[in-house]
Design a protein around this ligand. Sequence first.
Ligand code: HEM
Length: 453
Amino acid sequence: MATVASEALKEPTQVSGLPVLGNALDMAKDPGRFFYDCYRKYGPVFKLKVMGNTYTVLAGAEAANFMGTREGRDSLRSKEFWQGLVNEWGAKRTLTGEDGETHQKLRAVMKHGYSKESVKGRYDELVTITDQVIARDWPVGKLVPVVQNMQYIVTEQLGAMLTGTSPREYVADIRTTILYILNILVTRQRPKFMLKDPRYKHAKERVSELGRRMIAEYYAGKDQRDPERRNLVDDVMEAHARDPDLIPASDLILSLTGPFVAGLDTVANTTAAFIYAVLKHPEVHKRVLADADALFARGTIDEADFRNLPAIDGAIMEAMRVYPIAVAQMRTATRDFAFLGHRIREGELLYVATAVPHYMHEFYPDPDKFDIDRYAKPRAEHLKPGVYSPYGRGTHTCLGKTLAEVQMALSMARLFYDLDLELESPDYELQTKVLPTPGPSMKFKVRVKGRRH
Ligand code: HEM
């Protein structure tokens, strides 16, 4: 792509918008659909204005593929978008904001702790945690807030599995901290003065306290840690001792509380979308229940059981296609480069809109239909290059992907096994939110009709 003569390159079209807000309102309604509409109208490269900043959007399957190429790796970096978070915590760096060699080293340190290997053989434990939270937060006869309840399930699971600490009494603080940080410092859709809000300051202090507690507990029990149950805390703390330049003391809290930032909204929003879509489609609901009942009929679960959940897996994949939590990845151009005949200049802020193909009939026939059989062979519609990117693309592709897959399959199987759920009314249509991460509205509720098991 860089071989096009520089004078032949086009300038990306500026999408028209309001004088001050620019395209912020369109983005605020439904960023995924907005990027898709712009792609249809302006092609794979266009410019947006959002709250005074100009962004160049690279959209579609070509853009998704570009992120995984050598040229893409050399032309894009993540630093600017995460620097505010790093500064806010007085840290030196964070995994998501690094590129190149340091990023590779950090990924290598955290790879095991973030993978499904970290939960291998602990599925029954995961079920017990899930049951406890369900018994507490999903009372029979009540309408319950789905996203919030899923946030509690996710956080307790991640705490126990990845860090060995149940952060139960910190969940509300983790949620508040993430909300402020993503809105204000990462996506920059809220003004900076909001960081002075005492509610945020208190919540952030509590998350620091959780981090300090994790570090203190690690040092206190360092010699008795079970090698069979190594987790992210062991990996990060040992890497800190071995290579304090790579992970200095200033970065420990951010690194150890990272799983909550990475997993909370992503898994909670996706599973909430799953719950809506499954309840909205009775024939899918029936198949999900059959998968769940078969999974738990044997009493104990092992690795192989996860390969035999066709309806649940299909519904998770379809929830991530139709309701992607990452409609675009935010980057900065590290140098001048050409993309599909357009000039991109060093320093430009970029959105790489990798979810645009999710809505395209060229790749997904009848794209608005929630069709859980798209992914099984021979159809396998998602396997065309660049058309399915729920976990991002390129060097920063989700490090927790395999873990998230297990976590979501198990949580959805258990929830539907335990409970008889229904939408508020059969004609209920899902309301969505955009901040801090796109997904179902916090107001989305379901009724717990009864217990199935
Ligand atoms: C539905 C579930 C999830 C989705 C859709 C998802 C999606 C993503 C996406 C799109 C990125 C790339 C961001 C970028 O390129 O800027 C990412 C990165 C990441 N995710 Fe996930 N994620 C999910 C769950 C999780 C979970 C459960 C964890 C672990 C607890 C996790 C850990 C990470 C980490 C550590 C990164 C940073 C990787 C890096 O910068 O090298 N994710 N995720």
